[in-house]
Design a protein around this ligand. Structure first.
Ligand code: NAP
Ligand code: ZN
Length: 346
């Protein structure tokens, strides 16, 4: 077993503290990864704060993991010691159900094994990437392309794939008008990826304070949702809206921005239910959908797409003793645009 240094939290209102966790002995298909960088996703905060349901504390969050392979099991064929690799939001699935067979392991009918706050096939609680090492079965590890630095790669493993997958699925591309609601970690990746796919991108942010950045990321238009005129001006405009907001918002106002047959995809995951007035949908044959991360094959495809199009997140690197401060800033929408932890400071 490998002892990893980690940062854990013991309850919804508690601070992070230094600790040690054990990573399992390598099974024949397992890889030991020395983690270099770990991103901070808003999902880490929802989970650490117990907003999505009861959590077995102590909890080590982190599902945007980039590092180096340091040991491989005897049956491992895809990776060798020294490879640059990533791990995202899940570390296993049944592999046999129809969704796993399609490569959509995130929708495993038996439930995928989340990177943290889950239970693995050995019956042990999973602990995430705010740690120096992790052991993962090779099928849930992806290769980081040579031209993407590890610190920039980490946020792609959740924020990147969570936005790439619905943009890909709903056909963002030339001739399509796409709006991105909320320009935080997921939102800024959505702007970059949708623009690279060739769509005409509009950002809908609470204020205009990040407008310059949004246009630089590839958006053509940028509007403040605090201005009621935004909603009258843009009524019936978008083929696709990706809502990345972490809190409850007035969905009907956003449905009104969809064109005939347009789709609003929620990737934001607020704990509270979102209210829907069905007349906002039936009037223009609109759809309201959801999407969760992406499969392993699609995650590799997304990394290769980002490498090809020179897409990287805009990050702020922090030391491990600043996780609590980073959480507060994310909650205040004061993040430009993803915090990543330098694991050497662990
Ligand atoms: P984030 O960095 O905090 O970004 C969320 C953005 O939403 C903020 O930057 C802000 O953008 C906007 N926002 C926040 N509070 C708001 C409010 N009260 N009203 C209107 N807008 C508000 O979070 P993230 O890491 O991108 O994650 C976003 C959400 O996606 C979280 O709920 C997370 O759990 C979820 N998520 C889902 C998946 C999935 O698989 N579906 C995967 C990862 C994360 P502006 O400042 O531009 O307004
Ligand atoms: Zn995430």
């Amino acid at each position: 077993m490998v002892t990893a240094k980690a940062r854990a939290v013991d309850g919804p209102d508690k601070s992070f503290y230094e600790t040690e966790i054990q990573r399992r002995d390598l099974d024949i298909n397992d890889i030991l990864i020395e983690i270099k960088i770990s991103g901070i996703c808003h999902s880490d905060i929802h989970t650490a704060h117990g907003e999505w349901g009861p959590v077995n504390y102590p909890l080590v969050p982190g599902h945007e993991i980039a590092g180096i392979v340091t040991e491989v099991g005897s049956n491992v064929s895809k990776y060798k010691v020294g490879d640059r690799v990533g791990v995202g939001c899940m570390v296993d699935s049944c592999g046999e159900c129809k969704n796993c067979q399609k490569g959509e392991e995130q929708y495993c009918l038996k439930g995928n094994v989340p990177t943290y706050a889950g239970v693995d096939k050995y019956g042990e609680p999973t602990q995430g990437g705010y740690a120096t090492h992790i052991v993962v079965t090779e099928d849930f590890v992806v290769r980081i392309p040579d031209n993407i630095e590890l610190d920039a790669a980490a946020p792609l493993l959740c924020a990147g794939i969570t936005t790439y997958s619905p943009l890909n699925h709903w056909g963002a591309g030339p001739g399509k008008k796409v709006a991105i609601v909320g320009m935080g970690g997921l939102g800024h990746m959505a702007v970059k990826i949708a623009s690279a796919m060739g769509a005409e991108v509009t950002v809908l942010s609470q204020t205009l304070s990040k407008k310059e950045d949004g246009l630089e990321f590839g958006a053509k238009e940028y509007y403040a949702t605090s201005d009621p005129e935004t909603f009258s001006k843009l009524a019936g405009t978008f083929d696709l809206i990706i809502n990345t907001v972490s809190a409850k918002i007035d969905m009907d106002a956003y449905f009104s921005l969809l064109t005939l047959d347009g789709t609003l995809v929620n990737v934001g995951a607020p704990a509270e239910p979102l209210a829907v007035n069905v007349f906002s949908l039936i009037g223009h044959r609109r759809s309201f959908a959801g999407s969760m991360i992406g499969g392993i094959r699609e995650t590799q495809e997304m990394l290769d797409f980002c490498a090809e199009h020179n897409i990287a997140p805009k990050i702020e690197v922090i030391s491990a003793d600043r996780i609590d401060e980073a959480y507060e800033r994310v909650l205040a929408s004061d993040v430009k645009y993803r915090f990543v932890i330098d694991i050497s400071t662990m």
